[in-house]
Each structure stands twice: as C-alpha cells, then as structure tokens.
Design a protein around this ligand. Structure first.
Ligand SMILES: CC(C)(COP(=O)(O)OP(=O)(O)OC[C@H]1O[C@@H](n2cnc3c(N)ncnc32)[C@H](O)[C@@H]1OP(=O)(O)O)[C@@H](O)C(=O)NCCC(=O)NCCS
Length: 183
C-alpha cells in the first residue's frame, strides 16, 4: 500500500486505489471476489480489468490497514463509438462489514470518478435477478433496469442489466448519435 494511493477516508476507513504492483493486494481481492460472487472469474479477466483500468479498482482496508474488506472493479470504454460507457464489473464487501454503507460509498466514488475523469454518458452493470441487496443499492443510486438476460450466469440464473443515465446521449438511439471525436 502506498500513501499516494489514498482516495478518501469515510467513517475511519481508508479507500485506496489498487496497487497493480502488489501481489498481496491482488491475492486479497481475488479471494474476496471468488468467495462471494457466484461467477468464477479467470486470472485473465482480473488482469484485463486491473492492468487496463487500475484507476477504477478501489479497495477498502480494515482500520488496522491489514485486510482488504471491500473492492470494486470497473472500466470505461466507448460504446459503439458513440457513447462513453462506464461498466461496474465486480463489487464485494466482506460479510461482517456489510450494511455499513461501504458498498454504496464504493459505487458512489466510482460514479463520481467516471463522470469527472472520463465524462461518461452512462454507467452499466449486470446483477443476478435474485440479488435484492445489489438491486436495492443500485436502484437507490438511480440505476434503472433495462433488460433481463436469460440464463446469463454459469449458475444458470438470469441477470438484470441496469443503466445509470448521466447525459442525454444515454437516452438517444445509437443511430442518431454522431461518432465520438477522437482526441
Ligand atoms: C451487495 C453488497 C455489495 C452491498 O454492500 P453493503 O456495503 O452491505 O451495502 P451498503 O451498506 O452500502 O448498503 C447500500 C444499500 O444496499 C441495499 N442493501 C444492502 N444490504 C441489504 C440487505 N441485506 N437487504 C436489502 N438491501 C440491502 C440497501 O438499499 C442499502 O441502502 P440503505 O442502507 O440506505 O437501505 C454486499 O451485500 C455484497 O458484497 N454482496 C455479495 C456480492 C454481491 O452480490 N455483489 C454485487 C454483485 S453486482
């Protein structure tokens, strides 16, 4: 953990940007995720997200700094070359630290950063249709259910796709949007 990775402190808990060079951080977040998300993610999926968008992996540490108790992993990419789309890939909070507002803080920090740094037009994610906790969390932040994806997960559960519209572009048909200007 490097001190310049600190993003903010909320309720005495430190929110840090993931350190790509730290094997220990990688081991902790990958075991947190594999223990608590139903979908098995390969090492390639982790490295795709973490190496390309380390700025969108935020971790929360226990007060004594030893253990990672929460993580969110996301990315931002152009969608069909007309909208900037943020995508929240994984969010997990260690069970004994749930219902304390940590998940909500991680999602809010990610949304804020995606808007400030990448001017996203919308933010998307999928979650299991039976995951009431996650659906409540996202809907309370303004995400809308836009699609039900049949047998989306390996455990055969359906998913809801949710989108948080940020800019008007998010609600305009793709065919009516001009291509994103290249920098
Ligand atoms: C979903 C999860 C990330 C929520 O994290 P958390 O830190 O407990 O959530 P918060 O305390 O910030 O709560 C935020 C909101 O989520 C919803 N929520 C959280 N726990 C809930 C529960 N047990 N029942 C119903 N809603 C719940 C509520 O809307 C809550 O807002 P409120 O406190 O104002 O009512 C956490 O339960 C978790 O890690 N679950 C397993 C992994 C997972 O399902 N990840 C999401 C996959 S997309």
């Amino acid at each position: 953990m490097t001190s310049n990775s600190l993003i903010t402190v909320i309720n005495d808990l430190e929110y840090h940007q993931f350190d790509v060079s730290s094997q220990d951080e990688f081991n902790q977040i990958s075991s947190l995720i594999s223990e608590h998300l139903s979908e098995p993610y390969s090492i390639y999926v982790y490295w795709y997200f973490l190496n390309t968008w380390p700025q969108y992996c935020i971790i929360v540490r226990e007060k004594d700094h030893s253990t990672i108790i929460g993580v969110i992993i996301s990315k931002v990419e152009p969608h069909r070359n007309v909208r900037m789309r943020g995508y929240i890939g994984m969010v997990v909070i260690e069970p004994k630290f749930r219902k304390l507002g940590i998940g909500k803080s991680l999602v809010k920090l990610t949304i804020q950063k995606m808007i400030e740094v990448d001017n996203v037009d919308e933010i998307m994610l999928e979650t299991e249709v039976i995951n009431d906790k996650a659906i409540n969390l996202y809907q309370n932040l303004g995400f809308l259910k836009v699609k039900r994806l049949y047998r989306y997960y390996l455990n055969t559960h359906d998913a809801f796709r949710l989108i948080l519209p940020i800019e008007e572009k998010a609600t305009t048909r793709i065919a009516f949007l001009p291509p994103i200007e290249q920098a």
